[in-house]
Design a binder for this molecule. Sequence first.
Ligand code: ATP
Ligand code: 5RP
Length: 413
Amino acid sequence: MAVCSAYTTQSLNSTCSISTPAKTHLGFHQKQVVFYRRSSKRGGSGSGSGSSSGPCVITCSAGDSQTVVIGLAADSGCGKSTFMRRLTSVFGGAAEPPKGGNPDSNTLISDMTTVICLDDYHSLDRTGRKEKGVTALDPRANDFDLMYEQVKAIKSGVAVDKPIYNHVTGLLDPPELIKPPKILVIEGLHPMFDERVRDLLDFSIYLDISNEVKFAWKIQRDMAERGHSLESIKASIEARKPDFDAYIDPQKKYADAVIEVLPTELIPDDNEGKVLRVRLIMKEGVKHFSPVYLFDEGSTISWIPCGRKLTCSYPGIKFHYGPDTYFGNEVSILEMDGQFDRLDELIYVESHLSNISTKFYGEVTQQMLKHADFPGSNNGTGLFQTIVGLKIRDLYEQITSSKTAAPLEATKA
Ligand SMILES: Nc1ncnc2c1ncn2[C@@H]1O[C@H](COP(=O)(O)OP(=O)(O)OP(=O)(O)O)[C@@H](O)[C@H]1O
Ligand SMILES: O=C(CO)[C@H](O)[C@H](O)COP(=O)(O)O
């Protein structure tokens, strides 16, 4: 491989910039990518200076143009929005819908992050699904080609016109412009379903809410807040279950981190779903991600922190940490069963956790206190969502620092 050094100044700069956008049928704004040949007169500063010929493949260092892509998968009503609010808060700044855009947009934008909802890639609207007898979870109701092309485009620094699925009307609305952010989060039912999309993810998370807990949360939201009947909630969960089992749940085997939410084991036969056992399952060997550990990395530890430093009322709090396997992969699992009485005392637990990617002592506790009103702030869901948020910040910083450190590489085939 020869280095195209003679052309780099002008050619790489122009290659890495976005020219006047031209829209394509896939809805992205074309970036002008120029491949220079040593013998080519189009090569600007390099033309004529080299003697060899053949296509010169130029690979740009991402610099600040490449977007880090995070996937978050979960069924509807399983806490994705809450997780996103915690994540964007870690990066600072509030996330808001695109200014002046469709009021029913599903997108949330902050300084660093753009969160897009994959419901926007439904290819069938509500009526279309009804006519064809398919649910939104069915791949046939979703356009994975467009999802792939657009996530790929954004990742490489190109803006796209993304469709909008309007949850109020059940219709597909005119598209909205999504500019490449520093971090793109694709959240929804299928971020890891399509292999091509999966391969674009720098990190992936699956929120695995057990049926009992999902039911309890649905009742709380859809019955208490939206006036649905118990029967209709049960019927909707049952109707979705076959497709959930077929298309959504299997994605967890691909996730780099899984947050599993189960009924507590501290109260025998509990079916209230208020006290939760939450497990953070972290894959080993993921680039730019080192699992969190309790006390001693790789050991197996059970810990009941209740006592002088942590106030615990019935049924108490129990932590567990250790190595395990998950779908044939080596993982570390950190588990918390129970709930905190006093959130400020969380600092005691935080001080026994390592690899949590905080920037200062007590950052996890500070984040949790800041969002004490979010669902799950007194238990492992909030704690682990916050920690995963910090790990994502760390991953982002590692990816971008390694990218800026790497020299521009231009090679010839
Ligand atoms: N950690 C939690 N603890 C208790 N309840 C929770 C938790 N997370 C979510 N919930 C409940 O589930 C509901 C849905 O949460 P959220 O809006 O974050 O989920 P979602 O996956 O974004 O939902 P949807 O896809 O339907 O918009 C909340 O209103 C709340 O009732
Ligand atoms: O599983 C879902 C993800 O949020 C929704 O049910 C799906 O997007 C269809 O939405 P709606 O019920 O508003 O037509």
